[in-house]
Design a protein around this ligand. Structure first.
Ligand code: GMT
Length: 372
């Protein structure tokens, strides 16, 4: 098949999934055309079956705002016709599904539009009445819609008031990168003593990620056992988080690492991951950690309970319950035999439920059904 893919190319779970899906589809012989504003950050290697079409935004003086969405739709229509695409798979209903529908109507060649919902368009924009109708339109005019969790599917149906079929296809990880391995000396290079437990939080530092809860949980853990917190990522709450860490005098035990590419290496030296968000349609970072053998503690919200099974592959806590999060963390971190049991269980569940081969098969089946 010839498949076009559009996503937000900057760092973020949806961009990661779109890029990894494209790579795996290309490895299976499909021709992949990325149509994005810049090269998705995970597309770091040349592949003969992967092509990249850049969306150029022109700044005409008469327009107050550059019309990015129209430029994207135009580029999509051009690529559909030039490359004779069978499928245009877009990640996010707004604006990508809308642009794809417009492009499908403009193009001469017949193409099927697949939209994958990742969360923020529904859980944030869906609340805004100004966007609700457009999201509904984007969903109902797509040829097929998928969602990354059951929770997001239900939330979408309820919020947008649609009974349009939405299939759940879980996220996955690229096992070639995310698997258990040793990184000798990395702990030492970060000046983390061997006996110290390493807790990691990875996010885009938006308010919904509740960084103060992560810090408070770590503070409680740190009062009981020698430990370090790795904070990976950057975003609007970065400065406030730094300030909080300073006030709690945790500066030397909380490492702000900013945006990082090789998250797998950091996971290789981690014992536990924390994701205490108030909104999360899936929580891809939890899955990436699990694929490296690192269990997590997450909030009992959105799609997180579909990734972590409470008491079996990690723990779930109510939003804001940092005491409970720290108690569970200590239960894991002070018992190395239990840590090993959890490690085995998380690796097993990744293999059973989130293996890339299984998930890619599900997307291919969906594409083929549309093309019948
Ligand atoms: O979490 C974010 O702010 C980024 C956003 C994105 O576009 O990557 O993440 C969403 O999609 C990810 C991939 O499907 C999910 O793992 C995240 O849970 C989801 N974020 C939210 O729902 C807040």
């Amino acid at each position: 098949m010839k498949i076009g893919i559009t996503c937000y190319p900057s760092v973020g779970g949806s961009g990661v999934i779109a890029a990894e899906l494209g790579k795996l589809l290309a490895e299976r012989g499909h021709e992949i055309h990325f149509i994005t504003s810049s090269l998705p950050f995970r597309l770091d290697k040349v592949h003969p079956k992967i092509f990249y079409h850049q969306v150029e935004v022109n700044h005409y003086p008469v327009f107050q705002y550059p019309p990015y969405d129209l430029s994207l739709a135009s580029k999509m229509a051009e690529v559909i016709d030039q490359e004779q695409l069978d499928i245009l798979h877009v990640h996010y209903a707004i604006p990508h599904a809308i642009c794809a529908i417009l492009a499908r109507d403009m193009a001469g060649h017949k193409v099927k539009v697949v939209t994958t919902l990742h969360g923020t368009d529904i859980t944030v924009l869906g609340i805004d009445d100004a966007f609700k109708k457009m999201i509904k339109y984007g969903i109902e005019q797509s040829d097929a819609v998928t969602s990354v969790s059951n929770s997001l599917r239900e939330q979408t149906m309820e919020m947008i008031k649609t009974d349009y079929p939405i299939s759940v296809i879980y996220n996955f990880v690229n096992e070639a990168e995310y698997h258990p391995f040793q990184v000798p000396y990395l702990k030492e290079q970060f000046e983390i003593k061997d006996e110290k437990k390493v807790i990691i939080h990875i996010s885009n530092f938006r308010k919904v990620k509740r960084l103060p809860d992560v810090i408070d949980t770590f503070h409680r853990i740190h009062q009981e056992i020698p430990s370090k917190l790795l904070l990976v990522g950057d975003g609007p709450e970065y400065s406030a988080t730094k300030q909080l860490v300073r006030e709690l005098e945790l500066d030397s035990d909380v490492l702000f690492l900013g945006k990082q590419n090789n998250i797998n290496e950091l996971l290789a030296i981690s014992d536990l991951t924390l994701l205490l968000s108030e909104k999360e349609s899936f929580g891809l970072v939890l899955l990436e950690a699990m694929a490296c053998g690192v269990p997590g503690i997450g909030t009992n919200i959105g799609g997180i309970p579909e990734v972590i099974t409470h008491g079996e592959t990690g723990y779930l806590v109510d939003q804001g319950d940092t005491k409970q999060a720290a108690d569970y963390a200590l239960e894991i971190l002070t018992d190395s035999a239990y840590q090993q049991v959890l490690r085995k269980r998380v690796l097993e569940v990744v293999k059973q439920k989130f293996q890339s081969n299984i998930i890619v098969d599900q997307y291919i089946k969906l594409y083929k059904k549309l093309l019948k």
